[in-house]
Write a protein that binds this ligand. Structure first.
Ligand code: S3P
Length: 168
């Protein structure tokens, strides 16, 4: 069975929805960031601080490679994962990429108290979200084979995705 890969911007609900999908389908859930952290023994934030973003991106690609060799997983990608063509190529071969599209205002609200994501520990957080979102949204859209309007509760979005998985 193919993997299901959830992609979208930070705060779009990939991990929460992934966990809910896993509970409903019995497909194991893997969060890519947690997978990287478990392997490295330190947090994503610490990886950025100690070794820089480029090193994190290498570890991310390695994690994509390892997970793409497995089957039947629900994988929550990181917000930046699918912005690299090499990761798109790897993940596309292993399963269906689902893009969860959530609008700027909701993302800002969900991310306003975040302390965990290195790219958002800046004074002008909402501007950074806006810039990155504008750059990334078309890339997510192109990489994914399924588009989901994610501007609902995570329970509702989970149901929408389940509906699509069962009919197709
Ligand atoms: C990132 C998103 C994060 C994490 C890292 C970089 C990004 O994942 O991979 O902080 O570039 O958008 P989440 O989308 O799960 O927060």
């Amino acid at each position: 069975m193919k993997n299901i890969i959830l992609c979208g911007f930070m705060g779009c609900g990939k991990s929460t929805i992934g966990r809910k999908l896993s509970a409903k389908t019995d497909m194991p859930f893997i969060d890519l960031d947690r997978y990287i952290e478990d392997k490295a023994g330190i947090t994503v934030k610490e990886i950025f601080e100690k070794y820089g973003e480029e090193k994190f991106r290498e570890m991310e690609t390695e994690a994509c490679r390892e997970l793409s060799e497995k089957e039947g997983l629900i994988i929550a990608a990181g917000g930046g994962t699918l912005t690299f063509q090499r990761n798109i190529d790897i993940l596309k071969k292993s399963g269906r990429i689902i893009y969860i599209d959530v609008k700027y205002e909701i993302l800002c609200e969900r991310l306003k108290r975040d302390t965990r994501r290195p790219l958002l520990q800046v004074e002008n957080r909402n501007e950074v979200i806006k810039e990155l979102l504008e750059k990334r949204a078309p890339i997510y859209k192109k990489a994914a084979s399924v588009y989901i309007d994610g501007n609902f509760s995570t329970n509702r979005v989970t149901e929408i995705i389940l509906g699509i998985l069962y009919i197709s």
